[in-house]
Design a protein around this ligand. Structure first.
Ligand SMILES: [Fe+2]
Length: 389
């Protein structure tokens, strides 16, 4: 008995000193985000502070490649949150992945000490683009913390979707790390569990709360930005950050936001983007942004610069479809209806909870055909539009 107590005390002391490695370093599912035409960002957690990196391959018989995240010359280390980019991603192939980690015992200069490397289980994400170049997106918006809507909405959209898009406002605000993980990381990992690639577009609620400014610590971005593009099959997709609907001086923020210069910077980028050959030559042009274009009296407080700078650029650029959320009211404007409002493109605005009224937008992109189908949580189909070239 005495011997057991001594052993237990010894084990407890060793554990306290970090001498015994944890048995479940990789407990959670990662969130895996498409961040460019040939780029994917992996985001994962460890249960203990660790140095951790990604191993991946796109053919089962090829060698595993390694990717770790580093910035300003420093590798990520001694942390619970990890990320890595794959910059040679082929969207027409599946991607297999696993994580390697060394749990940290001591992380000090001269005396860094780690437990032996351990590997997570392997996972696989199915190709985003099918062999014939077609692909299908399911766009979710304004889930606002009702995480149990993802599953039924995905079922309605069809489990053959190849890309799940979080188009803003999965949360009310991010006041803590827990908010980010629970309301963004875990929902996005739901798609990874099903082998579906996801991607993220920031809504205005992700700009709110004390932890909003730390969001990039937990997700991989597009060239370090929330906005960017991807060429997928026969479409060029623009993922835009529409900022907030409230102005920088709004009292609710207490002087903590500075969107005006940021949005103008994005506007400048957008002008270059739509003037590019890649945009002009793309067979289909798709825009996904959280806040819809608006006119007249229903314009939100943030009229400038999103609505007075970026939206006119889109009007000139004539995308084939613009997919939005934010209004909490389903709307679809075909090209003719949109024209009456001063816009040159058809656009759809998805609805929100409860599930019976929430919508998911399915976009099918093929060489000569683009199709938008909007499903409502009550089982009805609201829009079924097909464009052909
Ligand atoms: Fe919103």
């Amino acid at each position: 008995m005495k011997k057991i107590i001594v052993l237990c005390v010894f084990a407890a002391c060793a554990a306290l000193a970090g001498e015994i490695p944890t048995t479940n370093l990789f407990e959670s599912t990662p969130w895996i985000l498409l961040t460019g035409s040939h780029e994917v960002g992996f985001n994962w957690m460890t249960t203990q502070p660790a140095n951790s990196w990604l191993e991946y391959r796109q053919d089962t018989n090829s060698e595993w490649k390694v990717s770790f995240y580093s910035k300003y010359g420093l590798k990520d280390g001694n942390t619970l949150y990890h990320k890595a980019y794959v910059k040679d991603y082929d969207p027409k192939k599946p991607i297999w992945y696993r994580f390697v980690g060394t749990e940290v015992i001591k992380f000090k200069f001269f005396t860094a000490k780690y437990h032996p490397e351990v590997r997570s289980e392997e996972g696989m994400i199915k190709p985003v683009v099918r062999p014939d170049g077609s692909w299908t997106a399911a766009v979710f918006q304004d889930v606002h913390a009702q995480n149990d809507m993802y599953e039924p909405l995905l079922k309605l959209a069809g489990e053959d979707v190849t890309l799940a898009v979080s188009n803003g406002d999965p949360c009310h605000y991010f006041n803590s790390e827990e908010d980010i993980v629970k309301l963004l990381g875990i929902p996005l990992s739901f798609f990874a569990k099903k082998g579906i690639m996801a991607t993220f577009v920031r809504g205005n609620h992700e700009t709110r709360g004390s932890h909003a400014r730390y969001l990039p610590n937990y997700i991989t971005l597009r060239n370090d930005q929330y906005y960017g593009t991807a060429d997928l099959g026969f479409a060029r997709v623009l993922f835009l950050d529409s900022g907030d609907d409230r102005a920088d001086f709004n009292k609710q923020y207490g002087g903590s936001i500075d969107f005006d210069p940021y949005m103008l910077e994005e506007g400048e980028w957008l002008r270059k983007e739509v003037a590019s050959e890649k945009y002009k030559k793309a067979p289909w042009k798709v825009v996904i942004m959280h806040i819809p274009p608006q006119t007249g009296e229903d314009t939100w407080e943030r009229a400038k610069p999103h609505f007075e700078d970026q939206v006119p650029t889109l009007v000139k650029a004539e995308p084939d479809i613009v997919i939005c959320g934010h209004d909490h009211r389903y709307q679809y404007y075909n090209k003719e209806d949109a024209k009456k409002l001063g816009f040159s493109f058809p656009y759809v605005v998805g609805d929100t909870k409860p599930l019976e009224r929430a919508t998911v937008e399915r976009l099918d992109v093929k060489e000569n055909e683009l199709a938008l189908t909007v499903f409502r949580g009550d089982g009805t189909t609201l829009t079924n539009e097909v464009w052909r070239k």
